[in-house]
Design a binder for this molecule. Structure first.
Ligand code: B12
Ligand code: SF4
Ligand code: SF4
Length: 405
């Protein structure tokens, strides 16, 4: 049976489509972003996490057990990386992020996930005068790094990637997804995940690399947004809520889209998470150029081969999919997220094998890794691929080895 189509509440008019083409046509084309005339913004109610609460095709004892294991019941079992202390470390790593996302629960706002992070400080009445927006942009990047961001880029607001509606978590209904007035730019920040922990995916232990970064990014984006409000401009902190971050990170010049459904960055490959700030602070958008990371994926299937439930595509990018959890009208590689999340639910923790095995997931502190990257991102790509083929994919680090380090 065919899945029902996405049905955003916001009506997309021909005028809006023409406007998007005029505003973003050129920069989309430069970065290989292709949308069709029937493009529709995505409704958050249809992402696989949210469907696990209302859609009987996704919701199961396994998905319930998965969510419970993060808060209520540790799902300890035999097997390295799934003991009580592995779950304890994973859950502890999430705690700061949980404190933020729990505070609006009674109002149906899971901040940072299904709602913007609410501002704890007001916008200063007096505006700092901005004379040079390039200098201001450099300064804001410096402050983002001061607070702990590993990567920072700036791009213009692009409502195509905003959820057509967000989810009210108290009754699982779709409600308006709104930003304060006057927002013009998005500051996208990258937060690298711990290399060694990621090496142990799949395990509950490895999940600590994800939780640790959510906790970090919550602190970092809240601090940067408060700084900007102190300058007299609107700024709201955002993690997974409000908008799709992958197209924003690409437009902000942080990396390129990979077959594994992630932004591949030159610094960390896919081993990075993103947060964002929506702001009215006058800023200059970055002007990214192709980097050569996405080109590598066209002749690599390492992530797709390693995925246990075979959720990743091996062919060329396509427009949409049969699933309501895929955005309509964007040409790209799309995962079968029903299979992916089904695997998570079974193992009671998140997976990121497709991040771990990606050849771009390196620390780049050795010259051999930097040489490989130079080849992989340029004309030597075929040599980089031969090198990888000879060397083979790095084996998973055993959780016991991580604990004994
Ligand atoms: C829901 C979600 C999931 C769902 C799947 C998405 C779905 N279809 O429901 C599940 C649970 C399976 C999942 C898994 C993972 N996720 Co996830 N996920 C999200 C989340 C919160 C929302 C995305 C969404 O609404 N998708 C629904 C529709 C739009 O999905 P889609 O059509 O398939 O589009 C996907 C991509 O094709 C891409 N995309 C969407 N529009 C466009 C447009 C263009 C032009 C391009 C090029 C790409 C693109 O983004 C979507 C990501 O799901 C985002 C954060 C965010 N707000 O963006 C993180 C996010 C995408 N996830 C992330 C990560 C890291 C993972 C995991 C590795 C898990 C982990 N341990 O961290 C795995 C990887 C699985 C995989 N290979 O797909 C990171 C990616 C970071 C990066 N380097 O790019 C994000 C950005 C979160 C973060 N804090 O940084 N995820
Ligand atoms: S494993 Fe290969 S195909 Fe997959 S994202 Fe990495 S480079 Fe691209
Ligand atoms: S997260 Fe795991 S299950 Fe999902 S696509 Fe990646 S490898 Fe496959």
């Amino acid at each position: 049976m065919a899945w029902p189509k996405n049905s955003p509440e916001a009506e997309i008019t021909e005028q809006m489509r023409d406007d998007w083409a005029a505003r973003f046509g050129e920069s989309d084309a430069a970065l290989g972003i292709e949308t069709t005339r029937d493009f529709q913004p995505f409704n958050q109610i249809n992402d696989i996490f949210t469907r696990a609460f209302w859609d009987p095709k996704v919701k199961s004892d396994h998905t319930e057990g998965f969510f419970d294991s993060y808060r209520v019941a540790p799902a300890a079992r035999r097997g390295q990386g799934f003991a009580q202390k592995d779950f304890a470390l994973r859950n502890a790593s999430w705690i700061i992020s949980d404190l933020i996302s729990d505070r609006g629960v009674e109002m149906g706002m899971r901040e940072g996930f299904q709602a913007l992070i609410q501002s704890d400080t007001p916008v200063a009445k007096q505006k700092v005068e901005i004379e040079d927006i390039s200098a201001q942009s450099r300064e804001i990047k410096r402050i983002a790094r001061l607070f702990g961001a590993d990567l920072v880029g700036i791009t213009e607001i692009d409502e195509r990637w905003h959820y057509a509606s967000r989810v009210d978590t108290s009754d699982l209904t779709s409600v308006p997804n709104e930003l304060p007035k006057g927002i013009s730019h998005v500051i996208v920040m990258g937060h690298s995940m711990d290399f060694d922990l990621v090496e142990t995916y799949p395990s509950a232990l490895a999940g600590a690399s994800t939780g640790r970064e959510y906790s970090h990014e919550a602190a970092i984006c809240i601090q940067l947004a408060a700084y900007i409000r102190g300058l007299g401009y609107e700024a709201v902190a955002s993690m997974n809520d409000t908008a799709l971050v992958i197209p924003y990170a690409i437009k902000a010049g942080l990396g390129e889209y990979g077959r594994n459904q992630m932004v591949l960055t030159p610094e960390f490959g896919p081993r990075v998470r993103f947060s964002k700030i929506f702001t009215s602070l006058p800023l200059r958008a970055d002007q990214p150029m192709p980097l050569g990371l996405n080109a590598y994926c066209h002749s690599c299937t390492v992530c797709a081969d390693a995925c246990p439930p075979k959720a990743l595509p091996k062919g060329a990018p396509e427009i949409g999919s049969d699933s309501p959890s895929t955005i309509t009208g964007v040409k790209k590689w799309s995962a079968n997220c029903e299979k992916c999340f089904g695997y998570w639910a079974k193992i009671k923790t998140d997976c990121a094998i497709c991040m771990r095995v990606c050849p771009f997931n390196r620390q780049y502190d050795r010259w051999q890794d930097r040489l490989w990257r130079w080849l992989a991102m340029g004309r030597g790509r075929v040599w980089a691929q031969r090198w990888m083929a000879r060397q083979g994919t790095r084996a998973r680090m055993k959780p016991a080895e991580w604990w004994s380090k």
